[in-house]
Design a binder for this molecule. Structure first.
Ligand code: ATP
Length: 510
């Protein structure tokens, strides 16, 4: 646990030190769970968004994108169910006066038991070495089975309470599990209450009547209310998808864990409209497709897992999360939901406009069913950033910090470094900067000794360092150093653009 905490602290401090992420309003002591992206953070974030956008919109002939407004008609949130049901169960500890989400307390408790299983597995793996059969071990070891039974029992009770909106049952579960407040260490809990997570603001004058506007808690509704506009103007045929990237806002109660849980964050969502009855096939398709998208980043498969939902949201008939092993354990990174025709039907009902599709092959009108894929930009950032950040001991015993980002996502693709700040090397290096800048984000740096400049580029994830030395002036090309292997090779200047294009390819999802 201490190691996990240290690793997480290192992620947060590294992100700040190198200009990736700053606490919002820092000189005023910050604003809870709100963060600003700095000069390098914005580049990585934009590259993540571009990877998602391309793989959804550009690589699929039947998916298009939109950018709907954050402010929407207030009735939308009535129709979607958010006004009445977008709640979190909260509970206070009477001694510390700290507020928690009852569901998160229980989920954290389950995660601790999962951790115990993981430790048993690791211990056995060490003991048995190559002969170790993990599947057999977890299905037969009595201690593991005992832990697993506990998890299953808690999960069953927890789902029952959540499905029945049984707040007293949730409280009783917290008491029975002897969950204590991490601050006060006591079990002196209040009742559990529901708390709506939407932020509200006013639009126009009060005399106009209904003037409460919500900051959207998800981008999806902007897609649903534009379903007909896009379908008709784009002559879209079912099955087809509409994608959107944009800000969402939630008044989160427990706002810790850095950019994992923010009050203002960004989502990348895609709603895929299908024929009624075909939704579960498409659900399966997108469930697999989305995992492929993650794996194409080159992060090992064991860092991801599916978590099928026991408790289904009021609109869903199947749901799964793709969870990622963050420095604080496995947590949701992306949600994939089969949302039935709930949203379109409700918007038809509340707006009085028929949101249907005429299927010329079936010669039939129907309300399409929807598969949603919904992923947080910030959580993806945290996953890629925390996985890529490593301290390495080199052959000569020295250490370096390296941020092994996929090259195409790295803020800078190359740094151009004159070996010394004289003899015409800076001028030559700037020529190379100008040669590359139209194709790639590149950085020019002449400060400090070359070794320190390499370390700095390693720490911000730059995949290539291009060093200009005296031989460059004699027409002998430049040295290109690769970040992860630290291997160096000599490349003629006229081949540099082609070299970088060849080595920094778009990520393909297949
Ligand atoms: P959680 O259970 O962790 O609160 P959720 O199930 O409410 O998440 P969804 O409503 O399915 O999340 O939202 C889709 C995605 O949006 C999530 O998978 C996550 O990546 C992202 N997301 C949701 N809430 C936040 C938040 N407060 N901060 C950052 N990202 C978020």
């Amino acid at each position: 646990m201490a190691n996990q905490e240290d690793a997480f602290k290192k992620v947060v401090s590294h992100a700040k030190e190198y200009g990736f992420i700053f606490p919002s309003s820092e000189i005023y002591d910050g604003l809870g769970a709100v963060y600003d992206y700095g000069q390098l953070g914005i580049e990585l974030k934009n590259n993540i968004k571009q990877y998602w956008w391309k793989s959804m919109v550009q690589y699929h002939e039947n998916i298009v994108g939109i950018d709907s407004a954050i402010f929407m008609h207030p009735k939308i949130w009535k129709a979607s169910g958010h006004v009445d049901a977008f709640n979190a169960p909260l509970i206070d500890n009477k001694d510390s006066k700290k507020r928690y989400r009852a569901d998160v307390l229980i989920e954290d408790h389950i995660a601790k038991i999962e951790d115990k299983i993981k430790k048993e597995v690791e211990k056995a793996q060490k003991r048995f070495g190559d002969a170790f059969n993990k599947e057999q071990f977890v299905s037969t070891n009595p201690r593991v089975l005992e832990h697993q039974k506990k998890i299953d029992d808690i999960t069953a009770r927890y789902s029952e309470c959540m499905n029945a909106n049984d707040l007293e049952g949730l409280r009783q579960l917290i008491l029975d599990l002897e969950i204590v407040c991490p601050i006060s260490g006591t079990r002196n809990w209040t009742e559990v209450r529901q708390f709506n997570l939407m932020f509200a603001t006013q639009m126009g004058s009060v005399s106009e009547g209904s003037d409460t506007i919500y900051l959207r808690p998800e981008t999806a509704q902007g897609i649903f209310v534009n379903f007909l506009n896009v379908q008709k103007s784009g002559r879209m045929k079912i099955p087809f998808g509409i994608a959107q990237i944009g800000k969402a806002f939630r008044n989160e109660i427990v706002a810790r864990q850095f950019i994992f849980r923010m009050r203002e964050f960004e989502q990348m969502e895609m709603q895929f409209f299908v024929r009624p009855g075909e939704e579960l096939e498409w659900f399966k398709y997108w469930k697999e497709e989305r995992l492929k998208w993650h794996l194409a980043l080159g992060i090992p498969a064991e860092c991801y897992r599916y978590h099928d939902h026991e408790k289904l949201a009021h609109y869903a008939n199947a749901a799964t999360d793709i969870e990622f092993e963050f420095p604080f354990g496995f947590k949701e990174l992306e949600g994939i939901h089969s949302r039935t025709n709930f949203d379109l039907s409700r918007h038809s009902e509340f707006s009085g406009k028929k949101l249907q599709y005429f299927d010329s092959e079936l010669n039939e009108n129907y309300t399409p069913y929807v598969i949603e894929t919904s992923i947080g930009v910030d959580r993806t950032f945290l996953a890629i950033f925390s996985h890529g950040l490593k301290d390495e001991v080199l052959e000569d015993g020295s250490t370096r910090t390296v941020l092994s980002l996929p090259a195409v996502l790295a803020p800078y693709k190359a740094a151009i470094l004159p070996l010394v700040k004289k003899d015409g090397l800076p001028e030559k290096a700037r020529e190379i900067f100008d040669l590359l800048k139209y194709d790639f984000m590149v950085q020019y740096d002449e400060k400090d000794a070359i070794g320190r400049r390499y370390r700095r580029q390693d720490a911000i994830g730059t995949p290539y360092c291009i060093t200009v030395d005296n031989e460059t002036l004699e027409g002998q090309g430049v040295t290109v150093r690769e970040r992860d292997t630290m291997k160096q090779e000599r490349i003629p200047i006229e081949n540099l653009r082609a070299y970088l294009h060849e080595h920094i390819q778009p990520i393909k999802v297949d």
